[in-house]
Design a protein around this ligand. Structure first.
Ligand SMILES: Nc1nc2c(c(=O)[nH]1)N[C@H]1C(S)=C(S)[C@@H](COP(=O)(O)O)O[C@H]1N2
Ligand SMILES: [Mo]
Length: 328
C-alpha cells in the first residue's frame, strides 16, 4: 500500500501538461512521475472532484463588473468545438509572477489593478498613456470566441471581450522604422512571489510581435472574458490574445507597449531560447523539443487524462487570416 501514490489534481496537471512548470521545478516533476502508472488507475476510483464539486467554491471574483454594452462580432460567434466552462478556465492558468503551478488563481488576487495605466512609447508619432477607461471609451468593445492553445498542448475556447490591437496602432501612428513591438507585464517583486524573482528569471514578463502581426485583425487586447471584466488570474485589467500563436506569446496585465526598430528579447525566449521561439505560431508539424505538437487536449473538469484530445490545426485554425504573414 505504501507505494501507491494518489495524485492531487495539481500533480496530474504538472505531470501531464505543464512543461513550463516542469522546467522551473524539474525535481518535483520527476518525483511525481514515479507514481504515475498506479495513480492513473487509482484516479477514477479515488476521489477526484466530480463535475459539480469542481465548480465550487467559485474561483471567480463575484464582484467583477459585467459589461452591458458590446457587440458580438459575427465573424467570431463560435468555433468548431464547445466553449470551455468558465470556472474551468478560471482555475487552470499560467501566470508565473504568482507561482509555477496551474493553481495560481488565489495568489493572483494580490495583483493591484486600481488606477491602471498603459504607456505606449517608442517609435510613434503620438506617444500616449491610456487608462483602462480610455480604452473602453475610445475603442468599441466586441466579443470574440477564439480557440486558445498553450505550447504545453492544452487548449480551450473562450469568449474574450476587448478590441483589436490595430486600434492602438492607428492611434499612436508608429513610424516606418517601427517593425517590432514589445509588450511588458506588471511586475513588483514584493507582490509577485513566483519563481526566480531574485536572479534567474528575466522579469518583468515581456513578449513581442512584428508590427504587421500586431496589425492583423485577429490580434486582440482583452479587457474581459465571459461577459465580465477579466479575473486577475486571466491577466486583469488588460492582456494580449493572439489566437494563432502559442499562449505564452500573449502577455498578461500589460503596463507598457514599445514600438522598436529591432526584435526585442522576450521572457521565455531568453530563459530557454531553443524551446520558445520569437515567432511561435501554432504548427502541428513543428514539434517542441519536449512534446509533439500534433495534438492537444481541451481542458475540462476532472483529471487531465480524461480531457478530449484533438488534432492541432495549422495556425490554430486561423490560417486563412494569417498564413500570408509567413509567406517566404
Ligand atoms: N505576464 C504573464 N503573461 C502570461 C503568462 C505568464 O506567466 N505571465 N503565461 C502565458 C502562458 S504560457 C499562457 S498559456 C497564457 C495563459 O492564459 P490563461 O491563464 O488566461 O489561460 O498566459 C500567458 N501570458
Ligand atoms: Mo502557455
Amino acid at each position: 500500500m505504501s507505494n501507491i501514490h494518489i495524485p492531487k489534481t495539481w500533480e496530474i496537471s504538472e505531470r501531464e501538461v505543464t512543461p513550463e512548470a516542469a522546467f522551473i521545478n524539474r525535481r518535483r516533476f520527476l518525483t511525481t512521475l514515479a507514481g504515475a502508472g498506479l495513480s492513473i488507475a487509482g484516479a477514477s476510483v479515488l476521489g477526484y472532484p466530480t463535475e459539480s464539486e469542481a465548480k465550487t467554491p467559485p474561483q471567480i471574483d463575484p464582484n467583477l463588473m459585467k459589461f452591458e454594452s458590446f457587440e458580438r462580432n459575427p465573424a467570431f460567434i463560435k468555433v468548431d468545438r464547445p466553449i470551455t466552462d468558465r470556472a474551468v478556465a478560471a482555475k487552470y492558468n499560467n501566470f508565473y509572477e504568482f507561482g509555477g503551478s496551474k493553481s495560481i488563481w488565489e495568489a493572483a488576487q494580490a495583483l493591484p489593478t486600481e488606477d491602471w495605466k498603459v504607456e505606449v512609447t517608442g517609435l510613434v508619432r503620438n506617444p500616449r498613456t491610456y487608462d483602462i477607461d480610455d480604452f473602453k471609451k475610445k475603442f468599441p468593445l466586441e466579443e470574440r470566441v477564439y480557440r486558445f492553445r498553450c505550447v504545453e498542448a492544452w487548449a480551450m475556447v473562450v469568449p474574450w471581450l476587448g478590441f483589436p490591437m490595430k486600434h492602438i496602432i492607428d492611434d499612436v501612428e508608429p513610424t516606418s522604422e517601427a517593425r517590432f513591438v514589445r509588450f511588458i507585464s506588471y511586475y513588483n517583486r514584493k507582490i509577485n512571489k513566483g519563481p526566480g524573482r531574485r536572479t534567474s528569471h528575466p522579469w518583468p514578463y515581456t513578449e513581442g510581435l512584428r508590427t504587421d502581426e500586431m496589425a492583423n485583425d485577429l490580434a486582440f487586447f482583452a479587457v474581459g472574458i465571459y461577459g465580465h471584466e477579466l479575473p486577475k488570474q486571466h491577466g486583469a485589467p488588460i492582456r494580449q490574445v493572439i489566437p494563432w500563436k502559442y499562449g505564452f506569446k500573449g502577455a498578461k496585465s500589460i503596463v507598457k507597449i514599445e514600438f522598436l526598430n529591432y526584435q526585442p528579447k522576450t521572457f521565455w525566449n531568453t530563459l530557454i531560447p531553443h524551446e520558445y521561439g520569437f515567432e511561435s505560431n501554432v504548427e502541428p508539424d513543428v514539434p517542441h523539443p519536449r512534446w509533439s505538437q500534433a495534438s492537444e487536449r481541451m481542458i475540462g473538469n476532472g483529471p487531465a487524462f480524461t480531457w478530449k484530445r484533438r488534432k492541432t490545426l495549422l495556425y490554430n485554425g486561423y490560417a486563412e487570416q494569417v498564413a500570408h504573414l509567413y509567406d517566404g
